[in-house]
Design a protein around this ligand. Structure first.
Ligand code: NAD
Length: 288
């Protein structure tokens, strides 16, 4: 059944996510100001570089300033109209306010915001301490809320449209005993995105929730994510591989899906094959 649903979902889609082939969106984002959080590594880095190849002016934001600087440098090399690095912790409201003020004063209103920064956290419900719950919600949920409030409001006031991409996860609709805090944070990001999309629709601002499954980045190999319950993670991967043909999925494909979602103004984008199947099951067969 899962195989059939995957095939069906894929066949009614316009196509599978493509790799971010240079030139695919050549100059599609020419001159637009694109801000990506968590741009120092993984999905955020490849997304910032894909926008650079599409001619955007790129703002790479990360709490690791040196990593953000490396991304900005590579973005310039790849043809960005301009690229800058900024250091900020997305969970810090004051820091995000300072960032929004500085960016607006120096570069103008952001056209595309990608709220991507996130942390992984594994462990069963009872193994997860209140401090860990707070940390994962502070970064994964509050980071997105701060970004949407501060940059989304400026987009709306400017009145020239724009787009917000929030990077959620298949964990938002795929319950797992090893990821209760992480999954909860991502489910909240998904709902937030759908509510905000409805609110901003009349103002020409699109909102997309992008939901990848397993992607090859640092987050899935850190002890906090996989190591906390390595056995459960292995079991999940094995099951996903058997059911959905899980393959190693490169972050470049997620970046391509993000650019495509902005161009097409898509609402919810489950990216990897197992994410698409899990999303279809959760929508069509509640409780499955
Ligand atoms: P990653 O660890 O490679 O990159 C995350 C980046 O975010 C790092 O550069 C890190 O420094 C930065 N960051 C973390 N906390 C921050 C904070 N408070 N403020 C600013 N920057 C911060 O991980 P990734 O896989 O590229 O993850 C990117 C997003 O994709 C996350 O939101 C993650 O939850 C989501 N995601 C990843 C996967 C996956 O399998 N890799 C699957 C689904 C969703």
């Amino acid at each position: 059944l899962a195989h059939w649903i995957t095939e069906f979902v894929t066949s009614v889609e316009d196509g599978r996510p493509k790799t971010a082939a240079p030139g695919r969106y050549a100059d599609r984002f020419g001159g637009q100001l694109v801000l990506v959080t968590g741009a120092g590594s993984g999905i955020g880095r490849t997304t910032a570089l894909a926008f650079a190849e599409a001619g955007a002016r790129v703002l790479a934001v990360d709490r690791d300033g040196r990593a953000a600087a490396r991304t900005a440098e590579e973005a310039r090399r790849r043809g960005a109209a301009a690229a800058w690095a900024r250091t900020a912790d997305v969970s810090d409201e004051q820091a995000m306010e300072r960032l929004a003020e500085r960016v607006t004063a120096e570069h103008g209103v952001v056209d595309v915001l990608v709220n991507n920064a996130g942390i992984g956290l594994g462990g069963s419900f009872f193994d997860t301490t209140p401090k860990e719950w707070k940390e994962v919600l502070d970064v994964n949920l509050w980071g997105v809320i701060h970004g949407c409030r501060l940059f989304g409001r400026r987009m709306a006031e400017r009145g020239q449209g724009g787009h917000i991409v929030n990077v959620a996860s298949a964990a938002a609709f795929q319950p797992s005993r090893s990821l209760p805090a992480y999954g909860t944070s991502k489910a909240a990001v998904l709902m937030l995105s759908e509510c905000l999309r409805a609110e901003l629709a009349g103002r020409g601002i699109g909102v997309t929730a992008v939901c990848p499954g397993f992607v090859n980045t640092a987050i899935t190999s850190t002890a906090r994510f996989a190591g906390a319950d390595a056995e459960e993670e292995r079991r999940l991967r094995k099951r996903a591989a058997r059911l959905y043909g899980l393959r190693d999925y490169p972050p470049e494909k997620v970046a391509a899906a993000i650019l495509r979602a902005v161009v097409r103004n898509e609402a919810v984008v489950p990216v990897t094959p197992e994410a698409r199947t899990a999303y279809a099951l959760s929508r069509w067969m509640p409780g499955a």
